[in-house]
Design a protein around this ligand. Structure first.
Ligand code: ARG
Length: 264
């Protein structure tokens, strides 16, 4: 192929991928990270391999995600070490869940307590493609304006064919709960268990299918993609579950199932 046609090809490739991102509402305004550089992220899928949500590995046996990602234990599998959802890279580890622990006070209407722990049937194997995320301490706060990173795959439409569906990521500043709750924004719907992140001009955000995925600040998973109004709209940042409010619940839950030999 000569140079001009090669350049045209690359341009078309880039445009097509961008169009697909918009059509599928993947992470908005972001970019593709270096493959396998975000090693703690998992894709939560149906047993038919349809991507539903993101999640993070917090130890070899446990994944953290949003409670609204609960599709039932029978339909779910967890894929670690993934980058492209459509290409088999040989780095994937597919693990069935052993137990789903949605937060007992999760409220579907208000989205309060949108957090779930998943115990895996077998431990993940930690390697160059799979690692564990750190969590903040109980009630640790993250200051307004701090830059955090949210990553995810978003929906893969079932009729999408062989589209490249690689991980995306974007950096966003934390928005104070006070601003996020203002009458021009979420008008009081943000509880103390939620975090907001985004630019007031919009343009960059998580979106449908990124749910449950990690918002990482200062090297720790401070947020889980939870909800929003549309995606990347000005004045409406993304809303995340504030993980630091649940550190005690997380540790207690994991401990209570630790080395329990329940036969099933
Ligand atoms: N609830 C959506 C999901 O299930 C996530 C929405 C996040 N929206 C946003 N604008 N940040 O994937």
């Amino acid at each position: 192929m000569d140079l001009p046609s090669l350049l045209l090809c690359i341009l078309l490739e880039v445009l097509a991928v961008n169009c697909l991102d918009v059509a599928q509402e993947r992470i908005v305004g972001g970019y593709a990270p270096v493959p396998h550089s975000i090693k703690y992220i998992v894709s939560i899928q149906t047993t038919e391999r349809q991507h539903i949500c993101g999640g993070s590995l917090i130890n070899k046996y446990w994944t953290i995600t949003a409670a609204h990602c609960d599709i039932g234990i029978k339909n779910m599998m967890i894929v670690a070490g993934d980058y492209s959802l459509t290409i088999y890279e040989g780095t994937e580890q597919e693990i069935m869940p052993h137990l789903l622990v949605p937060h007992p006070e999760y409220n579907e209407t208000t989205n309060n307590n949108d957090i779930m722990l998943i115990k895996l049937r077998a431990p993940v194997y930690l390697n160059n493609y799979v690692s564990i995320a750190l969590l903040p301490r109980q009630d640790a706060s993250i200051a307004e304006g701090r830059m955090c990173r949210v990553s995810g795959w978003g929906f893969v439409s079932p009729n999408g064919g062989e589209i490249p569906s690689t991980l995306r990521t974007v950096k966003l500043p934390i928005v104070s709960t006070q601003n996020c709750n203002s009458s021009q924004s979420f008008d009081g719907s943000i509880t103390g268990n939620m975090l907001c992140a985004g630019f007031s001009a919009g343009g960059k955000d998580a979106c449908q299918g990124d749910s449950g995925g990690p918002l990482v600040c200062e090297g720790r998973v401070y947020g889980l993609v939870s909800w929003g109004r549309g995606c990347a709209e000005p004045q409406f940042p993304g809303v995340y579950t504030a993980v630091s409010k649940y550190r005690r619940w997380i540790d207690n839950t994991i401990f209570s199932y630790y080395s329990r030999c329940d036969k099933d």
